[in-house]
Design a protein around this ligand. Structure first.
Ligand code: NDP
Length: 322
């Protein structure tokens, strides 16, 4: 089978298309014929070495497809089931062996590209808005990189929960997309000081929560945007690693809260995975959450997908089609 396997860490050039044997499904696994693989920023970190992985490594932590074989101990799945997963490597390939307890069956009305676009970024947007800081009616929140994969979904969920949404993006084109997703106020953080804009838009009060996936370039300024006892949800570092901070800074700026959540801990057991996935996929099937698949590229163009993601050229979800 064809797969994108890296032999060493580095730039996108390490992502060659390789011929590998089709993986064996272990006794508690299913062999999935991959129909769509999600590209996520975490794949960039794993490729570059920022997040260490054991080499050689087949990239891709999200995908959807059809069950072709099941291991002897698997009772919850059948050959032919339409499934999706996240949090297990090997997605950038024609076949993946995935533990059965990571696989979610797709409901009617969800196709493979939608499923691959929803599992990681959709469930992330869900836990951030519903559990990490449960957004409530009347809140004002700031969402960075609002035209991105997680960003666009988070904007929609925040709006549905009744918040006023302030959003940052780098270009006018991205501003338009974030506005379409429901953002009330757009800030081009590449051109204006977003702290000043947030202060102006909130009459000096600040926001209840900042959702910050950008990291290095925004982190300290995000703290400045919070109202008293507000919360900074720092869930990514697309611009680079965040420098250490002195906890006392949180007190000085208004008894702030800081959390650094990970999807892994919000879908750690089967029950939470099923609940969250079925809610997200259900919203999508009913049109309550609109996915934006920005690009679908052939598997062989995975390196180009990474180049575009790192160069801030993508909007919404990027998929690879084996
Ligand atoms: P995005 O689609 O949001 O792409 C990243 C975006 O970040 C860019 O489009 C860009 O938007 C913005 N950005 C700002 N500065 C930079 C920079 N220097 N280089 C590159 N991008 C920059 O990606 P995802 O939706 O896949 O992921 C967003 C973030 O969330 C990532 O950091 C990811 O690791 C994290 N994440 C965390 C999870 C968790 O559970 N903690 C789960 C899922 C994702 P703009 O041009 O508008 O500035």
């Amino acid at each position: 089978m064809k797969a994108i396997q890296i032999q060493k860490n580095g730039g996108p050039e390490v992502m060659g298309l390789t011929e590998l044997p089709i993986p064996e499904a272990g006794e508690d696994q299913a062999l999935v014929k991959v129909k769509a693989a999600g590209v996520n920023f975490i794949d960039v970190y794993q490729r570059s070495g920022l997040y260490p992985v054991k080499l050689p490594y087949t990239l891709g932590l999200e995908g959807s497809g059809i069950v072709e074989k099941i291991g002897s101990a698997v009772e919850t799945l059948r050959v032919g089931d339409r499934v999706a997963w996240q949090g297990r490597s090997g997605g950038y390939a024609e076949y993946a062996a995935v533990p059965a307890d990571k696989l979610v069956k797709l409901p009617e009305g969800i196709d493979f590209p939608q499923a691959a676009a929803a599992m990681l970024q959709g469930m992330t947007a869900h836990y951030l808005a519903v559990d990490t800081y449960p957004i409530k009616k009347g809140d004002t929140v700031l969402i960075h990189a609002a035209a991105g994969g997680v960003g666009r979904l988070l904007v929609q969920i925040a709006k549905r929960r009744g918040a006023q949404v302030l959003a940052t993006v780098s270009t006018e084109q991205k501003a338009e997309l974030a506005r379409k997703a429901g953002a009330d106020e757009l800030i081009l953080y590449t051109q204006t000081d977003f702290v000043e804009e947030v202060k102006r838009l909130t009459g000096g009060t600040g926001v209840n929560a900042v959702y910050d996936s950008v990291g290095q370039t925004t982190f300290l300024k995000s703290l400045e945007c919070l109202s008293r006892r507000g919360i900074l949800v720092s869930f990514g570092q697309s611009s680079g690693k965040i420098d250490p901070i002195e906890p006392a800074i949180l007190g000085a700026k208004g008894s702030l809260y800081l959390t650094r959540p990970s999807l892994f801990h919000y879908v750690a057991d089967r029950q939470s995975l099923e609940r969250r996935a079925s809610e997200v996929l259900g919203w999508i099937a009913r049109g309550k959450l609109v996915l934006h698949i920005g690009e679908k590229l052939p598997l062989a163009e995975a390196a180009e997908a990474h180049r575009r993601l790192e160069a801030r050229k993508t909007v919404g979800k990027v998929l690879l089609i084996p």
